[in-house]
Design a protein around this ligand. Structure first.
Ligand code: ADP
Length: 285
């Protein structure tokens, strides 16, 4: 628990880990698991932890420049308004853009549709030293695709194993995958959508189709349950983050990233030149 702020009573990666038998319908989206603080504690703590994340992320990047091939991939999945954008902006955004590779996955383009569904995913993977961020991901191919019957059940049904094998391959190649399933309640989603309709600066986030998706909530819950049941593996486990309180979900994902980066046991890469000799050369120049 070293380096974990005292307001956390449990390590986020443990308390938020999906466990076999956990039910999506039982998730308390308003809860703040493992955290003993309140909203008032969040701004200062978030700022402090953003700095810690930024430092570790820079270290990963520096090591990448020095030949370390490892990377981190944050996979964000959640219903509309769960707060994926907020995580990207307020958590990942604390890092240096040089070391971040962000990709959002929308409805596949004609070119993407002409390829295997993992084609666009492979094209967006983080290179050495980078933190990749997937705003939606290959999981859409067993979520929206399943709920909306975009391909037959035997086709999407075969994808869970394929995704597990794909993620195993990534992990073996040096990418640590942090999968975050973000859950918001149907009521909270309604409020957030309503707010978008009240604010011209939020119209751009509003999509009339989001209201249609609300009618499919139970089918989505079932599809998320299947994702968690079938693809939470030893090498790429899922974390379930309650998101009705944005301040909590942001703190939680920040800690998940910090824990992951720390597990890489990074240090600053040593100079590949003679520091003292360079100081003298510089002074004399
Ligand atoms: P967001 O709604 O996250 O702001 P977009 O406006 O780009 O982002 O739209 C994302 C939409 O694309 C979502 O409705 C999502 O379900 C859909 N989508 C993502 N991946 C796929 C896919 N593989 N097949 C069909 N629809 C997809």
């Amino acid at each position: 628990m070293a380096d974990l702020p005292s307001l956390w009573t449990h390590e986020p990666h443990r308390v938020l880990a999906f466990k076999p038998g956990d039910r999506v319908s039982d998730i308390d989206t308003h809860a703040t698991p493992g955290f003993d603080g309140s909203k008032a504690d969040a701004p200062a703590l978030q700022a402090e932890r953003n700095e810690r994340f930024a430092q570790l992320q820079e270290m990963l990047y520096a090591n990448g420049r020095a030949g370390d091939t490892r990377s981190v991939l944050l996979v964000l999945q959640g219903m509309d308004t769960a707060g994926k954008g907020g995580i990207v902006e307020h958590v990942v955004g604390a890092g240096s853009p040089m070391g971040i590779r962000y990709t959002s996955f929308g409805v596949p383009t004609a070119e993407e549709r002409a390829h295997h569904y993992l084609w666009r995913i492979r094209n967006a993977l983080p290179g050495p030293g980078l933190v990749g961020v997937f705003d939606r991901s290959h999981y859409e191919d067993v979520l929206v695709v399943r709920v909306r019957n975009l391909v037959p059940p035997d086709v999407w049904g075969a994808r869970y194993d394929e995704i597990n094998a794909f993620e195993r391959e990534l992990t073996e190649a040096g990418t640590t995958i942090v999968k975050v399933a973000m859950f918001v309640s149907l009521e909270e989603q309604k409020q957030r959508l309503a707010e978008r309709l009240e604010r011209p600066d939020k119209y751009w986030k509003y999509n009339p189709g989001d209201v249609d998706e609300r009618a499919l909530w139970p089918a989505y819950q079932e599809a998320y349950q299947a994702v968690l049941d079938k693809t939470s593996t030893e090498w790429a486990p899922w974390h379930v983050v309650p998101c009705d309180r944005k301040w909590y979900s942001r703190l939680a994902v920040t800690e998940l990233l910090i824990e992951t980066l720390k597990s890489l046991d990074l240090s600053w890469p040593p100079a590949d030149f003679d520091v003292e000799a360079e100081k003298k050369r510089l002074a004399a120049s």
